[in-house]
Ligand binder design. Structure first.
Ligand code: ADP
Length: 480
């Protein structure tokens, strides 16, 4: 329970606007997905109060963008340090509201902090440009300026890191920030708000609005004229809707949407490494990540030996309460379990074979391997978002690349091979924003995270991550 936290002041129960906790008469329950027990109640913001956050951010925007890069860097460092000092509590809170194993929750908090640290450094490197002019009487100077107030909506699968990836970049660039976390996991976001307060980040620079009326809150955040930029991580369906809404005021938009990652094992792959990589790419967060392997293509000639190694490794994973020694937590809720069950049942009725089925608690989904899958199955064209590995086979390199690209998504892709020609050939042809080559875990603060096609646009992390929050401004000096 929440009583296990060392510092209970990290448990906050209402929206954080302009440095204050905003009460409301209505509340909603935050539930532990492992046993469905109510952890606490959180004030449900009245959508008409969301504008208060916009006004607060707008009022401090000019002062924030006029701080020096070094000052913003210092604020971010303090925030990162406080998150580090409270790592155990933050991880516990995350497991309690989200369900992932505690070791993974610790990993997420560290990963989340790494973005704050990264952008605390990048803040100082917003370089401009000079260009040779076409006339000697002119000089061209290019500078970069913050876009202005940024609003974001984030999902429940990474309640900490999906916020820091956006917020740290925005704050570093000089943008004030408002986030609506998922109503399923508001506590991690509110704990981060408390620590932003302790870090001395000025009131109104970082705001969190929590509530169950996502549609109405989203409407304010995507249409308010005082918001310059909108950034979203979540499903493609909701992302399309929000992009449309943001068009009404021509906001800058970043979209990190769904994925349908292929994971290809060629006949020359290191099978042991590939199986280890697949366990990580498929089963992290019980399969609930947008970069999870969704379609596993095995060269026909290595199918049997690979499946043996992979199944052996999968048998070692225990499903259960994230606070205990398990590697797979529950799924986020009943709807998520029902969705995965339906995909699996339909695949079996369409000819897939149940190769392995693990054990699971009532709120978890058993680790599953399905063989004989085909691209036309529903399970191959949808994000599974659960611990189900779907196996396809291939005999021809060109054919498997074509199949891997046969999806409307384009976020992550993975493949294993020891042949440099094949590696370059395949990497160049896969239509995805990120490619793991002999690697199953690819996301880190130094690298640009993002997708192509209907997986969205914009990049988070790396020096590209600041671009999403900066405008290019061209100065033309004449009559020199
Ligand atoms: P997921 O599959 O991760 O739940 P969603 O896209 O449903 O993906 O949710 C991601 C975020 O989008 C959550 O914070 C959720 O509250 C929010 N959301 C869902 N529907 C809407 C909507 N119609 N307008 C604005 N935000 C929404």
């Amino acid at each position: 329970s929440l009583k296990q936290l060392t510092d209970n002041s990290l448990v906050k129960n209402s929206s954080f606007i302009n440095g204050n906790w905003l009460k409301s008469s209505a509340t909603f329950d935050v539930v532990n997905p492992f046993n469905n027990s109510v952890l606490t109640q959180v004030a449900d913001i009245n959508p008409s109060d969301v504008e208060k956050a916009v006004i607060a951010a707008k009022n401090v925007q000019l002062a924030w963008q006029n701080t020096t890069a070094n000052e913003r860097s210092e604020y971010l460092k303090k925030w990162a340090n406080l998150l580090t000092e409270n790592l155990e509590d933050l991880a516990l809170l995350l497991t309690l509201e989200q369900g992932k194993p505690l070791a993974e929750a610790r990993g997420e908090i560290k990963y989340g902090i790494s973005y704050i640290e990264w952008f605390s450094e990048e803040a100082k490197r917003v370089y401009g440009d000079t260009m040779p002019a076409l006339s000697n009487s002119q000089q061209i100077i290019v500078t970069k300026q913050p876009v202005g107030v940024v609003a974001a909506i984030t999902p429940w699968n990474f309640p900490n890191a999906m916020i820091t990836r956006k917020a740290a970049a925005a704050l570093a660039a000089g943008c004030c920030f408002i986030v609506k976390p998922s109503e399923l996991t508001p506590l991690s976001a509110l704990a981060m708000a408390e620590l932003s307060l302790q870090a001395g980040i000025p009131n109104g620079v970082f705001n969190v609005v929590v509530g169950t009326n996502a549609k109405a809150i989203g409407e304010v955040l995507t249409t308010h004229p005082d918001i310059a930029k909108f950034s979203f991580t979540g499903s493609t369906a909701v992302g399309k809707l929000l992009t449309k809404q943001a068009a009404s005021t021509v906001k800058r938009v970043s979209m990190e949407l769904g994925g349908n990652a292929p994971f290809i094992v060629f006949d020359d792959a290191d099978l042991e490494a590939a199986a280890t990589g697949l366990i990580a790419a498929k089963f992290r967060n019980a399969g609930q990540t947008c970069v999870c392997a969704n379609r596993i293509y095995l060269a026909e000639s290595i199918k049997q030996p690979f499946l043996e190694i992979f199944t052996e490794k999968l048998k070692q994973l225990k499903q259960g309460n994230g606070l205990e020694d398990v590697q797979l937590g529950p799924l986020i809720n009943k709807a998520a379990i029902d969705k995965v069950s339906t995909l699996v049942n339909n695949a079996i009725s369409q000819g897939a074979t149940l190769h392995y089925l693990g054990e699971a608690s009532a709120t978890g989904y058993p680790a599953t391997i399905l063989t004989n899958c085909t691209n036309s199955m529903e399970i191959a064209q949808n994000e599974i978002f659960g611990p189900v590995a779907t196996i396809f086979t291939f005999t021809n390199e060109q054919e498997v690349i074509k199949q891997a690209n046969d999806t409307e998504y384009g976020l992550a892709a993975y493949f294993y091979s020891q042949n440099i020609n094949r590696i370059m050939h395949t990497a160049n042809q896969l239509k995805f924003g990120m490619i793991g080559i002999n690697e199953g875990i690819i996301s880190n603060a130094a690298a640009p995270f993002g997708g192509v096609k209907q997986s969205g646009y914009g990049r988070e992390g790396s020096h590209y991550g600041l671009d999403d929050y900066l405008e290019v401004k061209y100065l033309c000096l004449g009559n020199l």
